[in-house]
Design a protein around this ligand. Structure first.
Ligand code: FAQ
Length: 316
């Protein structure tokens, strides 16, 4: 066991990827299953707030783009469930953990999408935060997760731009449209900062995950990078970030920000956010409604396998 552990540690130190058949510590496997499955759940639940606007997009172009984006999120969920399966957990188990409320998904998707500007704010801020968090994950130590992230990040980049473009159009539109964009920014700003997770001092997993190179940056480091980049983008939009304490700190070379309401964050994570119940109910219903599709696919696969077995037996 010590030789295995030494080999694992050496690979981590040399920045080599750990692959499914490699020996790995139980806790490393557990941490990855937790993070990757929660990430997958976030992608799938994340389809719901935007899916809500597909029928109400203001033009055919906007509808087609939003449809493509929501479909991409489903794809991201599938890559991630597949990556987690390589660690020895089944998709059914993961989905059961989501449906029974045992597994978490990102807090951000428990907020309502009230106006069309929310589609802009989600693309700009939520996908922007997701990119900031996920680009470093392209270099995460577990091979299948890192490789899944490369494609996910390319798509997220398109998502972020479509959101920014919606915000830009609204900001340059009528006074009412600009107000709508500002209102969406006001509502999505703080929840977007919460996406990066609790402050480092209160994050039970960060230290070990950074040591294993699962996480390449801490929650606070990524949150700061996001703020520094996004404040400049808000200037281009002519919108105001809803944080009166936001101020450039010459000495640190970063923006200082006001306090985040961590009580709100934990309340949402514990299931008491504005849309937690609705999101989980919708997911459970979709799972039940899709049972016949899964059954039909299995029956077809079994029939096909039986036919091919019969052919092989006849040929022998
Ligand atoms: N929401 O010790 P840490 C997207 C939990 S994808 C809910 O810091 P860790 C794309 C955490 O799980 C968005 N729970 O944990 C898209 C842990 O609980 P546990 C998802 C949260 O894992 C865009 C506890 O708090 N992205 O947006 C949250 O080291 C638009 C202690 O926290 C990912 O999942 C939260 N925000 O760091 C889709 C990226 N934060 O498990 C549709 C991959 C923390 O012990 C539309 N994940 N918790 O019961 C990560 O990078 C990490 O897992 C963190 C958390 C940074 C999220």
């Amino acid at each position: 066991m010590d030789a295995f552990k030494q080999h694992f540690d050496e690979k981590i130190d040399k920045e080599l990827t750990i692959e499914p058949k490699d020996w790995m510590p139980d806790e490393y496997r557990k941490t990855l299953i937790r993070q990757i499955s929660q990430h997958a759940h976030s992608e799938i639940v994340g389809m719901l707030p935007e899916g809500n606007w597909i029928t109400r997009a203001p033009s055919l172009r906007r509808k087609a783009v939003l449809l493509a984006k929501v479909q991409d999120e489903a794809g991201h969920g599938l890559y991630l469930y597949s990556a987690a399966e390589t660690l020895g957990i089944s998709r059914d188990e993961m989905l059961d953990q989501l449906h029974t409320g045992k597994a978490k998904y990102s807090s951000i998707f428990n907020y309502p999408t009230i106006t069309w500007a929310d589609m802009g704010a989600i693309g700009w801020l939520v996908d922007g935060a997701a990119i900031m968090n996920q680009v470093p994950l392209c270099r995460t130590s577990y091979g299948p997760y890192a490789r899944a992230m490369v494609r996910v990040c390319k798509e997220e980049s398109f998502h972020q731009r479509q959101g920014f473009e919606i915000m830009l159009t609204l900001s340059n539109g009528s006074a009412i449209q600009k107000k709508m964009a500002q209102d969406a920014l006001n509502r999505w700003w703080w929840p977007s900062l919460m996406m990066f997770g609790p402050p480092d001092a209160e994050s039970p997993h960060t230290e070990q995950s950074v040591r294993w190179r699962i996480k390449r940056f801490t929650n606070d480091e990524l949150r700061q990078k996001f703020v520094d980049v996004t404040v400049e983008q808000a200037k281009v939009l002519g919108l105001t970030i809803p944080d009166p304490e936001l101020k450039w700190n010459e000495e640190r070379g970063h923006y200082d920000m006001g306090p985040i309401n961590w009580d709100e964050f934990w309340n949402v994570v514990k299931g008491n956010g504005p849309c937690n119940k609705q999101r989980l109910d919708t997911r459970r219903q979709a799972w039940e409604d899709g049972a016949w599709v899964r059954d039909a696919a299995m029956a077809y696969a079994n029939k096909k396998a039986a036919r091919s077995n019969k052919k092989t037996a006849e040929a022998a």
